[in-house]
Write a protein that binds this ligand. Structure first.
Ligand code: ZN
Length: 348
């Protein structure tokens, strides 16, 4: 990590690459925009210099000036980094590390694994808050797993703040050790196979562009698609909807993709041969983007059509719905800033 930062700082920014990424960026519609990333936070996230950020702002990267600081639109910043090709931004490094497991042999995708999962959440309004927190129930049984130990469970009273989210004191709202395992479950339905391939094809061609989306937009995949954008949640909801319209039994799922750290992730489930199978075109797309070439990428594409892999931590929650909610003084906050950490607990 030290080497990475040092190398990043020493190398001049590839301004042309940043401008190219900006030119391709499809801004989230204005009514969903969130100007929450301060100038410093944006510089740190993209790992660029001030001159480059000013050049991007001058070329159309959206911002609002307030209280003597400049705030950038958080989804635009994530997407700008992910598609920059500079290999330095947080969105690139995080997405790259979370799918790194795909490089292992197929047996590595299904072996039993234990994870310590901790979710931190910050009250959107107060530094110190004694309100109540709710986390969707964890469901490792959906990927042949089980909960091994719970320190702070869904619905439990959250302890004093012990972490940070976005610079604010945060409370642990879930702390448990869970087991997951994958299984090779090839998809049989020709319709489901076709829809999976089409969805993956759209992502790969860029016809529907993989971007960061606000939850409220991801929950409306048709609207997102009309803007030619999607994320994992939106893709999961769209695929569940089209499978259901095609007469199949399908649903979407919200969870975490665990690796080095973890990311919120959404996928689709389809009921076939008496079991729920998993369709995850987004992870196949990101895996190929970062790590896999041709034959192995084809193998992983095929695996993600039906088979659960051992990095999925599912919750009793549809893709796009909130995993964590918060209430204080009888005011409910359906969307609260959270950060999740999931790391391998012990090999079994
Ligand atoms: Zn609160």
């Amino acid at each position: 990590m030290v080497e990475l930062c040092a190398a990043g700082r020493g190398k001049p920014d590839d301004v042309r690459a940043w401008l190219a990424s900006l030119a391709e960026l499809i801004p989230v519609p204005d009514r969903f925009a969130r100007y929450t990333m301060s100038r410093d936070a944006t510089l740190n996230f993209l790992k660029i210099g001030e001159h480059t950020l000013d050049t991007l702002a001058g070329d159309g990267l959206r911002f609002r000036d307030s209280d003597g600081d400049r705030f950038f639109e958080q989804h635009d910043v994530w997407t700008l980094g992910f598609h920059s090709g500079t290999n330095r931004s947080v969105s690139e490094l995080a997405s790259k590390s979370v799918v790194r497991f795909c490089r292992g042999a197929a047996g590595e995708w299904v072996r039993p694994m234990s994870w310590r999962v901790r979710t931190f959440a910050a009250c959107p309004e107060r530094e110190k808050c004694d309100g109540t927190w709710t986390h969707a129930p964890i469901r490792p049984d959906l990927v042949h797993g089980r909960v091994l130990e719970t320190t702070v469970g869904p619905g439990a009273r959250a302890p004093e703040p012990s972490g940070q989210v976005g610079g604010k004191p945060a409370t642990v709202v879930l702390d448990c050790v869970t087991e997951s395992r994958g299984e090779k479950l090839p998809l049989r339905s020709p319709l489901a196979r076709r829809l999976y391939r089409e969805t993956l094809g759209e992502l790969r061609s860029g016809e529907i562009r993989f971007q960061a989306l606000p939850g409220a937009l991801a929950a409306q995949p048709d609207l997102a698609r009309s803007h030619r954008i999607t994320n994992c949640m939106s893709t999961a909801t769209y695929l569940a909807k089209t499978l259901t319209e095609g007469g199949l039994t399908a649903r979407s799922r919200n969870g975490y993709l665990a690796g080095v750290g973890a990311m919120p992730h959404g996928w689709t489930e389809i009921y076939e041969d008496g079991v729920w199978k998993i369709l995850d075109p987004t992870v196949a797309f990101v895996a190929r983007r970062w790590h896999l070439k041709d034959a192995q990428a084809d193998q992983f594409d095929e695996f993600c059509a039906g088979s659960p892999y051992n990095r999925l931590i599912p919750f009793d929650c549809e893709a796009g719905a909130a995993l964590v909610s918060h209430t204080h003084d009888a005011v409910a906050f359906p969307e609260v800033p959270t950060e999740v950490d999931a790391r391998a607990a012990s090999a079994r």
